[in-house]
Design a protein around this ligand. Structure first.
Ligand code: TRP
Length: 447
């Protein structure tokens, strides 16, 4: 992508859409709701909101700032900026760890993207019509128990991602996001409306926002922070790479605020749509990764116009998953392109096949390999836990420490265009609150 040279609002708009395309995905709907359900509700949600504001926002700004200054891929950008500021070359490890994390995340992300594709087809076929909770759970269980079904859809999803990345048509998708993002919000609102009509909206609201602090422990806090990193696409150099396309005139803090609000609103709407269905049907909130796939089809199968709404919903979800998946494959492809003699197409195919293979191991953990455990986790959970709870926070910590402590303070303040109070706040948050927050959560969560 060439450096954007539009008028300010249009360059900012294009950028917000690209960043939101990466941020808004399965993380907002599938992962957010199941994590809330698993972690006991409101306590998790409130800690998550605190993490997004106090840790997510400064790290998002830090990653963009590093990218905008470096103008290279994350590894070279970090190496060069560190060298320019008399710091160790080891900072390049942050870039490298990001590329690896993106690769690992995509492997299990694609499995869930496959579920979404599968459910799109099932909606067209009317499979959910008139089913009760047992019927819907049975359908989901049938999919999980069948390695061939999971393999088929995982392969289809990865083929789409590889096809798009190989052709380099990601820009077209970003402009499509202009239409699809509002469509997704409208659909979520309709689902929330359905939840209100079900009579269980109050329960859902209380579950999500009236905290039972006794449910809070180090593990929940770490999960909430991991979710904040995951949903904002932080800690993998992806936002850093995006930052290199960012015009000098774009205000980082206000742009970060816009992207974060959009991302958070979609996640909260997803929760408000899903939990009324959970309570109305006596389902379990702690259902795990299957939560949206056993709740939403139940609603679609039993509401007027449900077939078409279900179809639109799963199409939009698949599309949101695709734009995120593309941003997850790009770093590996770019690295191979730059460090080997591979062409873009070969590099895309090679990375795609690698991700696909690891994804096969992840999908088998739902059936034939369900007993294969590492640290008590199956392969799917291991990939998810290791990336979101360890790699993303550590890499993000590196980015914020670098901006807070290694870059010249005056130049950072000037670039952010802050008032005197703003400068103080930024310095306190970027130098102390965010790094200490990540470290504290990390230590309590792992103890
Ligand atoms: N944020 C995306 C989601 O919520 C997933 C994703 C895309 C991601 N790129 C990322 C997560 C980079 C972590 C890092 O679905």
């Amino acid at each position: 992508m060439a450096k954007l040279a539009h008028a300010q609002w249009s360059s900012r708009m294009t950028f917000v859409l690209a960043a939101a395309g990466s941020a808004v995905g399965l993380g907002n709907i599938w992962r957010f709701s199941y994590m809330v359900g698993d972690s006991g509700g409101a306590a998790f949600v409130l800690v998550y909101l605190a993490c997004v504001t106090l840790v997510g926002l400064p790290i998002l700004v830090a990653e963009w700032m590093i990218g905008r200054r470096g103008q290279k891929n994350p590894i070279n950008t970090m190496a060069e900026l560190a060298a320019n500021h008399g710091k160790s070359k080891a900072w390049a490890l942050i870039g490298a760890s990001g590329v690896l994390a993106a690769f690992l995340i995509l492997s299990f992300y694609s499995v869930i993207g496959g579920w979404s594709l599968n459910y799109t087809l099932s909606s067209v076929l009317g499979t959910f019509n008139g089913q009760d909770a047992d019927g819907i759970s049975g359908l989901f269980g049938g999919m999980l128990g069948s390695p061939t079904t999971l393999l088929l859809w995982h392969t289809a999803f990865m083929a789409l991602v590889v096809g798009i990345v190989a052709r380099g048509v990601t820009k077209g998708l970003e402009s499509a996001a202009r239409l699809l993002m509002p469509a997704l919000i409208i659909l979520m609102l309709i689902l929330v409306g359905y939840g209100v009509a079900s009579g269980y909206f109050g329960e859902a609201l209380a579950f999500m926002f009236r905290p039972d602090w006794s449910a809070l422990n180090g593990g929940v806090v770490l999960a909430a922070m991991g979710q904040a990193f995951f949903t904002l696409s932080l800690g993998m150099g992806i936002m850093m790479a995006y930052g290199s396309y960012l015009g000098e005139d774009v205000n980082l803090i206000s742009t970060a605020r816009t992207v974060i609000i959009l991302d958070t609103v979609i996640a909260l709407l997803a929760g408000l749509a899903i939990f009324p269905i959970v309570f109305a049907n006596g389902l379990s909130a702690g259902e795990g990764p299957g939560l949206i796939f056993v709740t939403l089809p139940l609603a679609f199968g039993n509401m007027a116009g449900g077939t078409i709404l279900g179809l639109i919903f799963f199409l939009l979800l698949t599309f949101a998953a695709l734009t995120s998946a593309i941003s997850l494959l790009e770093p590996t492809v770019e690295m191979l392109e730059e460090r080997t003699t591979m062409t873009r197409v070969t590099a895309t195919l090679a990375s795609g096949i690698g991700v696909w293979l690891l994804g096969v191991a992840a999908l088998l953990s739902f059936n034939v390999w369900s007993e294969v455990l590492f640290f008590g986790l199956n392969i799917f959970d291991l990939l998810d836990t290791f990336t979101s709870k360890i790699m993303l926070p550590l890499t993000g910590l590196g980015a914020i420490v670098f901006v807070g402590w290694c870059l010249k303070r005056e130049s950072v303040e000037a670039e952010l265009g802050l008032s005197a109070t703003g400068k103080n706040m930024w310095n306190i948050i970027a130098r102390y609150v965010a790094p200490a927050g990540v470290i504290a959560v990390f230590i309590t969560g792992l103890l």
